[in-house]
Design a protein around this ligand. Sequence first.
Ligand code: BYC
Length: 469
Amino acid sequence: MTIDYSERIPNNVDLANDRTLQRALEHWQPRFLDWWREMGPHDFAAADVYLRTAVGVDAQGWASYGAVKMPEYRWGIFLAEPIADRTIGFGDYYGKPAWQQVPGEFRSQFRRIIVTQGDTEPASVEQQHLLGHTCPSLYDLRNLFQVNVEEGRHLWAMVYLLHAHFGRDGREEAEELLSRHSGDVDKPRILGTFNEPISDWLSFFMFTYFTDRDGKFQLKSLAESSFDPLARTCRFMLTEEAHHMFVGETGVGRVVKRTLEVMKELGTDDPSAIRKHGAVDLPTIQRYMNFWFTSSLDLFGSEVSSNAASSFANGIKGRPDEGQYEDHVCTETSYELETPQGKENVNLRNAMNEVMRSSYIKDCEIGVKRWNMQIQRAGFEFRLALPSPRFHRSIGAWVNVPTDPRGKAMSQEEYDRLLPSWLPSEGDRTFVKSLMQRVIEPGKMAGWIAPPDRGINNLPVAYEYVQLR
Ligand code: BYC
């Protein structure tokens, strides 16, 4: 199934043969573009950016690369190829044919989840819309814009589902997706993390490492959905998502690498000496990690959730890589949870948020191990560590339970006293921001970050990835 780029809205869903849907989406398109011009990286509208654009949906050779002005990016609707005779992989309808239409009784539940997913995509573009001004290199600037245009496309993916399958309600929700804004006092984005400002590049790398990874797990669980158009949409989104997490992992890795070079050069791990030399000390990196990791843990919802249980029962959301499990019905199994009151056994269906959060934490560990290998190889004792999932939580059983980053309980007074030393302080943020001086000479890097090992799509690191003139 190829993508038709001669259409006003590129797509592989045969939009030309559904005039009503096509008209509705063509009506939404200028609103999306207005939103992009207002809330996206608008100061760079005239720049030529070396971007990849989807040209197919198979895993090999799905994208082409070339210089594009962002407002002219061909945002479109791309679903992964259908799987012939696909059956439902979990829940009460296990083994039945997958649904091509939303069953009436689950309509509002599906809508809510699609809206929640859709809301995060433009939110992240809004959060990052000023970062371009302080890019550490043209390579990084290009990666930021690649992430931004693809989050824009992920919004299109959810808006297509809303328009195609939820009638008037869906069209109204699609409008709302453009009217809520990240951090807006009156109309904020739905989930907490997406209202946090991302005003420096260390936060951007933490966000793409930790928060985009939540995206990976949520999309994987929606890729299992019984509602086949949702599953196929998410399967293709995951192809694009991999690059976003690459940006996060290599971004943090390059900051660590540069810090280690400075530590070696100065022969000290003293944070103030490292800072004076224009690099980010490792304890500050740890505090940024504490913040973005714990905020992203909240995105999985409460440990015990009847919403999660009914999403699983009704075939809306499975577990990521559902095929790895033997039991896909999960009515007879219990799951042992850690709560502030001690261990608790709950029905597995009610613990699905926690099942996902645990797999997510394991996945987060991989990058941390790599960064620690760098530190170890450089001969330093310091180790980065993910804080305990009990620490600094705003959703679920551990809200308002004072614990240290290792998960050890403590008094409220002691917690209040020590919390500022575990999270980025005003001083940390001011310092990190002070490093954010824009570097736009091809191949040059800001002093706080090491160059990447290689460029994009086999081009040299020094390639002019963004032509600003
Ligand atoms: N902040 O039973 P509960 C991505 C709400 S990231 C605020 O605990 P449930 C991306 C919840 O909505 C992936 N509110 O959990 C990354 C519910 O509200 P209602 C995004 C929160 O229902 C980077 C109530 O609390 N995808 O793609 O199982 C860049 C009780 O909920 C939060 C999805 O999230 C929070 N952190 O919800 C770009 C997938 N957590 O209904 C993109 C779709 C929970 O009582 N969403 N609440 O008013 C879902 O699957 C679910 O809605 C949740 C968990 C995962 C959020």
